[in-house]
Design a protein. Structure first.
Length: 365
């Protein structure tokens, strides 16, 4: 029996490889290898997809977070509320702009930011909050925005895992002051290397991010501010343009996989979501004890798993100085295990995975 894949990029290439290769050749033959029409076209197409006024294509998702914070006025001596259950890039970007991450616990039934914990972390220095739509689960942004208004906070949405997730006809990343996306190859909408974007409805913030991404210049030689080099490669933009029209179909396929898992593995799940559109299933975590034992047993049967994430950020050496207690995030870090989920899993593959987990999970539940 063949081994499965957590993310099957080879299957994706078999589906769209010819189109992607032709798009890459179009860039090479066109001679515009930095900037140019592919970038502008992708920005316009992603604006329409999200229903947002401004998309700024960037080098990667971490840069998107950093430049969004800077453009929104977050900097030295400020504090930023960050959930402890997320990839380290969310907090790294805060450090990169000279601010201090204050770690916030997460809700036990979703793994997403707990506003009660966030309230307890507020200080006179708090400038922003970064809600993370982790696993492809879109937070209910209405209470987040109300919390931010009450405390006069900037809202930077980390939507790196939530391409196309929506609530109340608003896409993840389009509700706060700025939304940040990663197009790392394994994402729901992935490039063929690093790429990212910041999105916003605020024209002034969009203009500042555009300045920051290209050495702070307007035109060729007028450098208005010290900036960065975070321009999306046009080859990545060309590949993303090929993939974007397929994203909704791929999301539907992910939801079908998730529905089978939910039917077969209900007791191991933590969140049903308020509505189907609120989750695009970038990851599919279950919660078990003896997580590593279960992962090893599944791997022996050719079923890969992932751990997202093995440590709450408060327990990483990078942030060892933090005194922010986040017990729910720490407990999740001990128990969460991600099952394979991608658009190219067959029904038989999903049944095989669910059956194996169902047999073995009692070892560790």
């Amino acid at each position: 029996m063949s081994d499965l894949a957590m993310v099957d990029l080879q299957a994706l290439h078999a589906e769209l490889g010819g189109e992607i290769e032709e798009a890459m050749l179009r860039v090479i033959r066109g001679g515009r290898h930095v900037g140019g029409p592919e970038i502008a076209a992708f920005e316009e197409e992603y604006e329409r997809f999200l229903g947002v006024r401004h998309v700024i294509a960037l080098g990667n998702g971490t840069d998107a977070l950093q430049l969004a914070l800077l453009a929104a006025g977050v900097g030295r001596d400020d504090e930023v509320l960050v959930p402890a259950n997320t990839f380290i890039a969310t907090a790294e970007a805060v450090v990169a702009v000279g601010a201090t991450p204050r770690f916030v616990d997460v809700a036990p039934d979703s793994g997403l930011i707990d506003l009660g914990s966030a309230e307890a972390r507020i200080s006179a220095r708090t400038k922003a909050v970064v809600p993370v739509h982790l696993y492809g689960r879109m937070l209910d942004m209405e209470p987040v925005m109300a919390f931010a208004r009450d405390h006069d906070l900037v809202v930077i949405e980390d939507a790196a895992q939530a391409h196309g997730a929506s609530r109340d006809e608003r896409c993840a990343g389009t509700v706060g002051d700025v939304g940040c996306f990663s197009f790392y190859p394994g994402k729901n909408l992935g490039a063929i290397g690093d790429a990212g974007a910041a999105v916003t409805n605020d024209r002034e913030i969009a203009e500042r991010i555009r300045l920051y991404r290209d050495h702070g210049r307007r035109g060729r030689d007028t450098h208005e501010i010290p900036g960065f080099n975070s321009r999306m490669d046009p080859i990545q933009a060309a590949a993303l343009r090929v993939k974007l029209p397929h994203l909704d179909r791929w999301t539907d396929a992910r939801r079908e996989v998730a529905a089978r898992y939910r039917t077969d593995l209900g007791p191991l799940l933590d969140w049903e979501g308020a509505e189907p559109q609120a989750e695009v299933h970038h990851l599919f975590p279950i919660l078990v004890d003896d997580r590593d034992e279960l992962a090893s047993s599944l791997q022996a049967q050719g079923i890969p798993t992932g751990v997202h994430y093995r440590h709450a950020l408060t327990n990483t050496p990078a942030f060892a100085g933090s005194t922010d207690a986040c017990p729910v995030a720490e407990e999740r870090a001990r128990r969460q295990l991600s099952l394979p989920i991608h658009p190219h899993l067959s029904e038989s593959d999903v049944c095989r995975i669910a059956a194996a987990v169902g047999r073995l999970a009692p070892l560790g539940v």
